[in-house]
Design a protein around this ligand. Structure first.
Ligand code: NAP
Length: 468
């Protein structure tokens, strides 16, 4: 029997220090959480959309009130600089507001029927109890992007956040409790062992849907298990984003965009560019501007003023980046800047890698195919549109892609030709609570955010009425 007092430690990846101890749930607690969500589903799904909307709006307001405190908790457990943490808290809260509005717009429809005595009515109803598993890189928004639409739709939820970042999750669930979301409707399980949670979410008959954000490898395992019990599944998985700069684009502007999006969250984002295709005629200028900007980035503890890049999440992440850089350089890439662990000034206590630019990257290198999840910008020169489109699409992933061009026809052709779920055209932040986020291929199934995001939590029901 598991000790109910058992806990695990949460570490600050910038300092290695313990930030907090949190309860370490086992099968008994998982079962209790699912039972609570199952027990409360009837009442919650019967609560008016107006009331659900009100609670979600209140959750938004309380998150805004606590923005600074929530950002600090996030920086401590995850490492991103405070400014980026504030932005994430805002983005996370936006899902509560957006889905508060959407809750009241779960419309049905009527359809003309083939028989004169027949009427068709289509209604949308909540799918039931939802099991959600989230990653550490965006500790708040990956939770609200699931919980807000689920609650808005009338579902009850059980959430398991990543082991590294349970503190932001705990704060969000406190907020849901404080604004009056009824006990048992939104349930949190913090645990150091994800396996029993995955097993329960994919096999327990009380759960109707599993929604997962994380690596493609784990997504595949959970998706296969959920398939056996025919549960509904949403998957937001890994990515390997191309970032294409055409010769008509301003290389300085494009390099600025590249430096901002690549080093966001120290490169630990599923939409982080992993292959920067730059036209050969401007590749030198692009590389030099990017390197200048990258050299000005300041790595350190995200709580300190002036820090622009935080640590990686753990030692294996640093080792992976180091391995990919060594592999690329060994196969002929040019190390323009960075390329090493950062150890000086106390950084050896955390997991720091220097913001890095690699030029002359090519197909045979690991970094060209494998998700890096670290602060490395790999530049690949290209010569023409057809070949760059083909190369950009030559990946098993299909989450985000970026294009810089001032030519409308090129922009339209690339938008239409790229097999990715999110395309930024001269735009490095094509995301918002109101917009559908998600990928093709190995990047996942389904969409989060926008109108599509709530549809993932709704069943469609057809009523055929025969009248006299
Ligand atoms: P991960 O290792 O797949 O972990 C994600 C979550 O799954 C964590 O809560 C983890 O728990 C849990 N987990 C791991 N193995 C499990 C299992 N066998 N059964 C049930 N749950 C399990 O991914 P990560 O390293 O945290 O996150 C990085 C990945 O997420 C990257 O590939 C990134 O691209 C992707 N991501 C995608 C999106 C998107 O929207 N598409 C957004 C953010 C991140 P523990 O923490 O306890 O291991």
């Amino acid at each position: 029997m598991r000790d109910p007092e058992r806990s695990f430690s949460v570490f600050n990846p910038a300092t290695g220090q313990t930030v907090a101890e949190v309860p370490d749930a086992g099968p008994a607690e998982i079962d209790r959480a699912i039972a609570a969500a199952h027990r409360t589903f009837g009442d919650w799904s019967g609560t008016t959309a107006y009331r659900r909307a009100e609670l979600l709006r209140d959750a938004y307001a309380l998150m805004m009130e606590r923005k600074e405190a929530l950002a600090k908790v996030m920086t401590e457990e995850q490492g991103k600089p405070l400014k980026a943490a504030r932005n994430e808290v805002q983005y996370a809260a936006d899902f509560f507001l957006w889905y508060a509005e959407e809750a009241r717009r779960i419309y049905g429809s009527t359809i003309p029927a083939p028989r004169a005595d027949q009427r068709f009515i289509v209604a949308h109803q909540p799918v039931g109890v939802v099991g959600a598993i989230t990653p550490w890189n965006y500790p708040s928004s990956m939770i609200t992007r699931k919980v807000a639409p689920a609650l808005a739709a009338g579902c009850t939820v059980v959430v398991k956040p990543a082991e590294q970042t349970p503190l932001s999750a705990i704060e969000i669930f406190k907020i849901l409790d404080e604004v009056g979301v009824p006990n048992g409707v939104a349930n949190l399980i913090t645990t150091s062992d994800p396996i029993p949670v995955g097993e329960a979410f994919t096999t327990d008959p009380r759960i109707q849907k599993i929604t997962f954000t994380g690596s493609t490898e784990v997504g595949r395992v959970l998706g296969a298990a959920a398939g056996r019990s025919l549960k509904r599944v949403s998957m937001e998985l890994g990515g390997h984003a191309p970032f294409v700069v055409f010769p008509d684009a301003d290389p300085v502007h494009a390099a600025k965009g590249a430096s901002l999006v690549k080093f966001l969250n120290t490169g630990q984002a599923c939409i982080s560019p992993n292959r920067m295709y730059v036209h050969r005629s401007i590749v030198e200028e692009f590389t030099s501007v990017l390197a200048d900007r990258v050299e000005k980035l300041v790595a350190g503890n995200g709580l300190m003023e002036g820090v622009s890049v935080g640590p990686l999440v753990d030692e294996p992440s640093v080792a992976k980046v180091e391995r990919q850089v060594a592999d690329a350089v060994g196969k002929g890439a040019d190390l323009v800047t960075g390329g090493r662990r950062l150890l000086e000034g106390g950084l050896d206590r955390g997991f720091f890698f220097a913001p890095t630019v690699l030029a002359g990257v090519g197909e045979g290198m690991e970094i060209y195919r494998e998700e890096t999840f670290g602060p490395v910008a790999p530049i690949v020169p290209f010569d023409d549109e057809d070949s760059v489109l083909k190369a950009a699409n030559d990946t098993r992933y299909g989450l985000a892609a970026y294009v810089y061009t001032n030519d409308l026809s090129t922009a339209v052709r690339m938008f239409e030709g790229l097999r990715f779920g999110i395309i930024g055209i001269n735009d490095i932040n094509p995301t918002a609570a109101a917009a559908p986020f998600g990928g093709m291929g190995d990047s996942g199934l389904g969409r989060e955010g926008g109108q599509e995001g709530i549809a993932e939590y709704l069943e469609t029901k057809l009523g055929g009425f025969s009248i006299r």
